[in-house]
Every structure is written in C-alpha cells, then in structure tokens.
Design a protein around this ligand. Structure first.
Ligand code: C5P
Length: 237
C-alpha cells in the first residue's frame, strides 16, 4: 500500500463540539491524514459526526479506550465498527478475555476496523502504578501488556515513540504501533514533555503518528500537514 493510500498521520480532533472540529477538517485532505476522535468530542457530537467524517472519506480512529467486562466491551466494539471507522481501541488492562471478545466482535463486523490497545497511560508513572497495586517496573509492565495484546489477536498498541523501538523488536513487523507525543523540529512542545520528531518516530518503528496542535493550531493546517507528510515520505518504506 502506498503512503498516499495509507497516510501515516492521524490528526487529533481535540475539540469540544462538532462545528469547531468540522471547521478544521474542511481544511484537511483525506489522502494525507486520518482523524482521531476522543472521548470529549464523541460525547459532545456523537456518532453522527463520525459518520459525517467517514462519508467525507476520512479514516477515523475512534479513541474511546473501552474498558469493561468482556461482553460489554464486545458490544461497544461491534457498535463502533458499524460506524465505518478505520481504527478503535480498548485498555489492555481489561485482560486477555476482554481483548479476545473485542477482537471477535470487530472481526465479525462488516468493515473490521484495526483494533489496538492502550498499555499504560503516559500520564502514569511508577508511583501512580504502585498506588493502584502494580509494583512491576513500568517498562516491563508496558511490555507485558503489549505481549498480552498480541496474544489476544489485536493488531497493535498505542505507545510513546520512545518505546516503539523496543516494542517493534519484541513484537515483530506486523504489529501496529500508534505513537502520540510527536513534534516536528522547531515547533512548540505544548504540554508534551518527551517529544519525538515525525522522522525519528518512523525510524524507531512507529506505524502511525498521532499529531494534534502542530497541525490544528497552525496558521495553515493544510500546509503544516503537507510538510509533515513530506517528512514521512522520506522515512517510510
Ligand atoms: O496536540 P498533541 O499533538 O499533543 O495531541 C496529542 C493527542 O494524542 C491528544 O489527543 C492526546 O490526548 C493524545 N495522547 C497523548 N499521549 C498519549 C496518549 C494519547 O498525547 N500517551
């Protein structure tokens, strides 16, 4: 698949309402990026917006991080798949059975979106992990959950681009690594502390790059997107 058909950039639509999101999306090109809808926008705008973006030919990553009993997560994944989305996710800490149920539901849906898992939220550190009773070293815990994700038959994980190298080596070339915390060189880091450039993320083995503000807050979002896309072209196989 060529990069034009499989763009590496996923633009994070971190907006409070559909109109603000649509104003940005009108300026973007679906051959250069996909779109990520998270809990805030989905709660405000609902499935109608998702369907609208799918209709406009954008691949949509529905970032709702499902985490519940297996039956409930499976039903939620089936309902999400019906919206025609490209990718969705669950929490790996929901366990093997929950992830297997999610995968089964997605497989049985008409368009079978890519299903990935969140391992450890990057807002957590060793102390917050200990507070919830997990005393395993954080990196080992990320690795263990990523392996469990693969064992459950899911397609990949969300991870820091700084972890991508290690996970690519451990989990092989077919595993999908979706990395946020991306900042082109010379661009504001905002509140991200450990940032990686698009080129370095791809060199580290990332499959897709989640990028928000460097595109959404740019004076020309399309120009920013095109520039990063060009950088991706240089570093993708
Ligand atoms: O604007 P920015 O590029 O920082 O946006 C990054 C997006 O990726 C946001 O939607 C943020 O919630 C998400 N994200 C992240 N770090 C993670 C997981 C998700 O920044 N570990």
């Amino acid at each position: 698949m060529t990069l034009a058909h499989d763009p590496k950039i996923i633009v994070a639509l971190d907006y409070a309402d559909a109109n603000s999101a649509l104003k940005l999306v009108e300026q973007l090109d679906p051959t250069l990026c996909r779109l990520k809808i998270g809990k805030e926008l989905f709660t405000a705008a609902g499935p109608k917006l998702v369907e609208q973006l799918v209709q406009a030919n954008f691949g949509v990553f529905l970032d709702l991080k499902f985490h519940d009993i297996p039956n409930t997560v499976a039903k939620a994944c089936a309902a999400a798949s019906q919206l025609g989305i490209w990718m969705l996710n669950v929490h790996a800490s929901g366990g093997l059975e929950m992830m297997q149920a999610a995968k089964e539901a997605v497989k049985n849906s008409e368009n079978s979106p890519i299903l990935i898992a969140v391992t450890v939220l990057t807002s957590m550190n060793q102390q917050t992990l200990n507070q919830i009773g997990i005393h395993t070293d954080l990196t080992t815990h990320v690795q263990n959950l990523a392996k469990l994700t693969k064992q459950a038959g899911l397609d990949g994980v969300v991870c820091s681009a700084l972890e991508a190298n290690m996970l690519r080596t451990e989990l092989g070339n077919d595993f999908c690594l979706v990395t946020p915390g991306i900042r082109p060189a010379n661009v504001n880091q905002d509140d991200q502390s450990r940032v990686v450039t698009p080129a370095d993320a791809l060199k580290n083995g990332a499959s897709y790059l989640v990028i928000g503000r460097p595109i959404t807050k740019a004076s020309s979002p399309l120009k920013a997107l095109e520039t990063i896309h060009q950088e991706c072209l240089l570093f993708s196989d």
